[in-house]
Design a protein around this ligand. Structure first.
Ligand SMILES: *Cc1c(COP(=O)(O)O)cnc(C)c1O
Length: 348
């Protein structure tokens, strides 16, 4: 008896179709970095119906190449010739975001599909605007280099009214790159800023059924259902405490179940008392601190038996976004953090 993450194939397919309905005129890059946002690459086949897939490490390209023939975009690109050779062999498209990559790219003896990343205000990866024109002119006459697209990334798209969104959009749309294809939108921009869709959209979190915004979006279907069994049921007398630090004290005699999941499985240790946990279709509440292997849940008057299965997230009534907000984090962190001890299975 232990924790299971079941990955719904129909939810993934549905969420991809939601992306298509938001951005019907754009090609789609399924962002499957970080082992498909923690869902495991080999369990997200439906996302491989997109036009391109994107990951952030060459090791992920190796795994992904065994599963699909689609082009794979390597987000940090490459920095040395060994990696370049392997990337080309694996039919990788490469992001070019820093001038230190120029020599290796320019000297390639094989054709390269290159995506030029420009920094429009996030100030993470991307060429400064004033390096863009010169870099493009250096690369475009090289017969081995095909510039597939110019891309940039939003810093604040999850806050649709943030001033930085229109600033970045204006900066990007004014660049003299109209004859290149362009890519800008992540999930939040796909859902909130149509004009940013351009030629390629780059959905991540929405493919997995979580909203990029602070509110939940019913259109998206949770792809990962995380569950674990009830190992024990007991009554705690009023005034007695439960768990490490004795942070939760029963106000009245209380029925508590102990569930076989904890931070060692990726359930967040910072989940507060009161975080919802679903048992037999009913929302109950976390009581006291999360341990490495166990959590304690106040079940009130609910009928339960040892062996019943609790859902930690991934139901339409209990979404990962809710657990994230009770844990002062975001759904992305919870989904990518489910540990290797958990059994991952495919679900229809
Ligand atoms: C991860 C990533 C995305 C997807 O972001 P979501 O918020 O998950 O949609 C898009 N573009 C780039 C460059 C990324 O690294």
């Amino acid at each position: 008896m232990h924790a299971v993450a079941a990955i719904s194939q129909s939810a993934l397919a549905h969420n991809l179709s939601v992306v298509r309905s938001y951005a019907p005129n754009s090609k789609i890059i399924s962002m499957v970095k970080s082992n498909a946002y923690g869902h495991h690459l080999d369990l997200v086949k439906p996302l491989m119906q997109a036009d391109i897939l994107a990951v952030s490490e060459l090791s992920e390209v190796r795994s992904l190449r065994k599963l699909t023939n689609k082009p794979i975009l390597l987000l940090p690109g490459i920095f040395n010739d060994t990696d370049l050779q392997e990337a080309i062999q694996l039919n990788c498209h490469l992001v070019f975001h820093d001038l230190s990559q120029l020599t290796v790219i320019k000297n390639s003896k094989d054709p390269i599909n290159l995506w030029i990343k420009v920094d429009t205000g996030m100030h993470r990866l991307g060429l400064p605007i004033d390096q863009l024109e010169q870099t493009l002119s250096q690369l475009k006459n090289n017969s081995n280099i095909h510039i597939e697209s110019v891309m940039t990334h939003f810093a604040c798209a999850d806050e649709p009214t943030h001033i930085k969104n229109s600033q970045q959009f204006d900066t990007f749309s004014k660049l003299n790159i109209q004859h290149y294809s362009r890519s800008m939108a992540n999930s939040a921009a796909i859902m909130s800023l149509d004009k940013s869709h351009f030629d390629y959209v780059r959905p991540g979190i929405m493919l997995y059924g979580a909203s990029p915004f602070s509110n939940i979006n019913e259109q998206l279907m949770p792809a990962m259902k995380l569950s674990a069994p009830i190992l024990s049921l007991k009554t705690i007398k009023a005034g007695e405490s439960v768990g490490y630090g004795a942070t939760w004290t029963a106000k009245k005699d209380s029925r508590i179940v102990i569930i076989g999941i904890g931070y060692g499985d990726g359930y967040p240790r910072h989940a507060k008392t009161g975080t919802p946990v679903m048992i037999n279709n009913t929302l109950c509440t976390l009581a006291g601190r999360v341990s490495m292997d166990l959590i304690c849940v106040d079940i009130g008057d609910l009928e339960v038996s040892v062996g019943d299965i609790a859902i930690l997230w991934g139901d339409s009534k209990l979404r990962v976004e809710t657990v994230a907000s009770y844990s002062d984090t975001i759904s992305y962190e919870l989904l990518t953090g489910v540990s290797s001890r958990v059994s991952f299975i495919r679900r229809a």
